[in-house]
Design a protein. Structure first.
Length: 468
């Protein structure tokens, strides 16, 4: 095992750091060792050592030799991958780091870098000690939870390309992958770019754009678990379209030479890929490309006293599909360790949380503030569209959020406006009410009017907002 401080100095002592000490706790209370009999956990504990990291110290770096696993007893660790290092996720107490080589064996190197957030206490266990103990029958159940966890993680995107693959091959491919993060609006590649990578979307969403009549038109969207660029790698040549992030997006990629080499070494994967592409071709010939309608809307109040929650509840009540309204309190409840989005590099935890909500519902309404803060920035950047909600009457000036979007300080732009009239007000309203709102917001694409409490108005509004 090795540790590096923030200056890059390293200390080694026969595989264990010289500041380590015998542990005082039993490993059987931590995953994956909690699946073992108590006696087996005690045997592992006798071979383990305890170590401490100070704030900003590195546990190890990407491509360091993998010679031990670690259990985080207290504190937090940040995981980085790529060059330059890109933050991937934060590990909390109880997390196990580096357990996968126990399943696949062989000489491996670290696939990422780990750095301490504040002071941390860890338990370290050398692979040689674990493998020696695995010869005893009491450890038969150790590898099952490790295998299941990594199968779920690795198969998500790769099975989309290759079909079902053995664990050993999944791990081999995963070890070759590089990581990339795209901010909302950032281009992954342009049409006519030379091919370099095949990408899989981990979190987020991409749009595929082609030029028609001198304008860029969206022809498809790519979401979690879906590949990008595999056909260009197979047939050679250049990219046929531009691909751009619709929101903060995280990808895993294989270089073109690595992708081709994997197919050469594993004929079964090549056959699975051929079947995948054939199915896609048949589907494309049988039905037109359908670009998904907006599914995640950021609702921005035009005035401080707009009842955004009440508006969202009234809208959801008239929708036949599964729609949820989520505010910052929902994020805090679901991700209590990620409340401060300012401390969430690249909003990764927010992206994972939103993807989970989208997977459970047909659509998501994000309730934001008229003030520009970390929550509002994350929501308007991730949303398919930003919708301004206003109480009719005197038109209000641009909100702080609208000014930030118009000035380019944050991605996104208000595309729809909903004017809420008092109960019993016939809609649509007269031009004297509408024009002041429209004159200040030339970028608006859709305007909706509803009377509060009118079910028919809100039913019609739902069809308009989601365009269907």
């Amino acid at each position: 095992m090795s540790r590096q401080d923030s200056t890059g100095s390293v200390g080694h002592a026969d595989g264990l750091d010289d500041t380590s000490s015998k542990i005082s706790s039993n490993l059987s209370s931590y995953w994956p060792f909690d699946a073992l009999p108590e006696a087996a956990g005690k045997l592992l504990s006798e071979s383990a050592l305890e170590l401490e990291l100070e704030h900003d110290m590195w546990l190890f770096h990407q491509d360091d030799p993998a010679d031990a696993l670690f259990v985080l007893v207290s504190g937090q660790l940040d995981v980085y991958q790529g060059e330059p290092p890109i933050w991937r996720k934060r590990l909390e107490a109880g997390a196990c780091v580096g357990e996968l080589p126990l399943v696949v064996g062989g000489e491996r190197v670290r696939s990422g870098s780990i750095r301490a957030v504040g002071s941390c206490r860890l338990i370290g266990l050398g692979y040689s000690d674990v493998r020696r103990l695995l010869t005893r029958r009491v450890f038969d159940g150790l590898l099952t939870p490790v295998t299941e966890r990594h199968l779920a993680r690795l198969e998500l995107g790769l099975s989309t390309l290759f079909g079902k693959l053995p664990l050993s091959m999944l791990v081999e491919i995963d070890g070759e992958m590089i990581q990339r993060h795209l901010a909302a609006g950032e281009v992954l590649f342009h049409a006519n770019d030379t091919l370099r990578h095949v990408w899989l979307v981990d979190e987020g969403r991409l749009e595929v754009l082609v030029e028609r009549d001198g304008q860029q038109q969206r022809v498809a969207e790519v979401g979690p678990g879906q590949p990008v660029g595999e056909l260009a790698v197979l047939i050679g040549g250049e990219r046929s379209a531009t691909v751009r992030a619709l929101r903060d997006t995280w990808l895993r990629g294989l270089t073109a030479p690595t992708f081709e080499a994997l197919l050469m070494r594993h004929p079964g994967a090549a056959l699975g890929l051929a079947r995948t592409l054939a199915r896609r071709l048949v589907q494309a010939s049988q039905q037109p490309v359908i670009v998904s309608q907006p599914r995640t809307l950021a609702l921005v109040p035009a005035q401080p006293d707009v009842d955004l929650r009440g508006f969202a509840d009234a809208l959801i009540e008239q929708l036949s599909s599964s729609v949820t309204a989520l505010g910052v309190e929902s994020f805090a409840a679901d991700a209590p360790l990620a409340v401060r989005l300012d401390d969430d590099p690249a909003n990764r935890r927010f992206g994972e949380w939103l993807s989970a909500a989208e997977a459970e519902h047909d659509a998501v309404l994000l309730l934001v503030s008229d003030k520009l803060n970390a929550w509002t920035r994350a929501c308007v950047s991730a949303a398919d569209e930003v919708v301004l909600i206003a109480d009719s009457g005197n038109a209000s000036a641009l909100t702080e959020v609208e000014r930030a979007m118009q000035g380019g300080d944050t991605p996104g732009g208000v595309s729809q406006l909903v004017l809420c009239h008092p109960p019993g007000t016939p809609t649509p309203g007269d031009e004297s009410v509408l024009m002041p709102w429209l004159e200040a917001r030339s970028q608006l694409v859709f305007l909706h009017e509803v009377a509060k409490g009118d079910r028919r108005d809100f039913s019609r509004l739902g069809r308009g907002l989601f365009r269907g």
